[in-house]
Design a protein around this ligand. Structure first.
Ligand code: ZN
Ligand code: ZN
Length: 247
């Protein structure tokens, strides 16, 4: 079969198999050997254990709700600055582990699998990108020498942009360092992020509808803070999409 494929595909396969002979690929989560075709970094069994976020969703924050509910109990009380948010999967089990490996373990091969979860979700929920003129992502603070050199949210946003042909660019800067949101209470989270983001100088967002991408959403405070800044710079609408939702 391979013999009939385009030459460059065949060469890529040969090259991958050769690399695999020297550096065998293993599933990042369970360690089973992967074959060279499996470039997502996860075996099929681990990938199948990633829990999808199931409809119906809260019409604001995207949390799964009961059949007859529109808003979740949190959104009845809170006021988030974005127009709507969705999350493709639930932040638990194997996905929690895999996101950690992707962010802090330098397992960039996982980006394909993780972005695939998001693009599949967008295909099932096309209203997420309907009318969107620009994709952007939650920025990281400019890197110090001991910090990560890549932004996982930028990688995910770029993959979605490519898949659906939407322009992507960094619009926000993170101008003050913050503590990790998951170490803080809700009130501390709000305070922690005050003034943390700003629109990069020279960027105009006149009436553009933006899709803001991040890896994990928990309370929505980070996305809300970013949306506030984008709207103050005249963005017409800010929708949010995350890979995972922590409940
Ligand atoms: Zn596995
Ligand atoms: Zn909600």
């Amino acid at each position: 079969m391979l013999l009939y494929g385009p030459m460059n595909q065949t060469m890529t396969l040969i090259a991958k198999n050769f690399v695999n002979l020297i550096y065998p690929l293993h599933c990042a989560a369970c360690g089973v050997p992967l074959d060279a075709m499996d470039t997502g970094g996860l075996c099929l069994s681990c990938e199948s254990r990633i829990k999808q976020n199931a409809k119906p969703f809260c019409i604001v924050c995207g949390r799964p709700v009961k059949e007859d509910e529109k808003l979740c109990a949190e959104c009845e009380k809170q006021d988030l600055a974005f127009d709507r948010a969705w999350s493709a999967c639930l932040y638990e089990g194997v996905l929690k582990e895999v996101i950690h490996l992707f962010k802090y373990g330098g397992k960039l091969a996982l980006s394909g699998t993780l972005a695939g979860q998001m693009t599949g979700f967008v295909r099932d929920n096309p209203e997420i990108i309907d009318g969107i003129g620009l994709l952007t992502f939650v920025p990281m603070r400019k890197k110090g020498s001991r910090q990560r050199s890549f932004n996982q949210s930028e990688i995910l946003a770029s993959a979605i942009a490519k898949e659906f042909g939407i322009p992507v660019s960094q619009v926000l800067d993170k101008v003050i360092p913050t503590r990790r949101q998951n170490e803080l209470s809700r009130d501390e989270r709000l305070f922690n992020l005050m003034g943390a983001f700003r629109v990069k100088s020279g960027i105009t967002l006149d009436a553009v509808k933006i899709l803001l991408v991040d890896d994990v959403m928990t309370t929505g405070t980070t996305l809300s803070e970013c949306a506030k800044v984008l709207k103050a710079s005249a963005a017409a609408e800010v929708r949010c999409l995350t890979l995972a939702r922590g409940l």
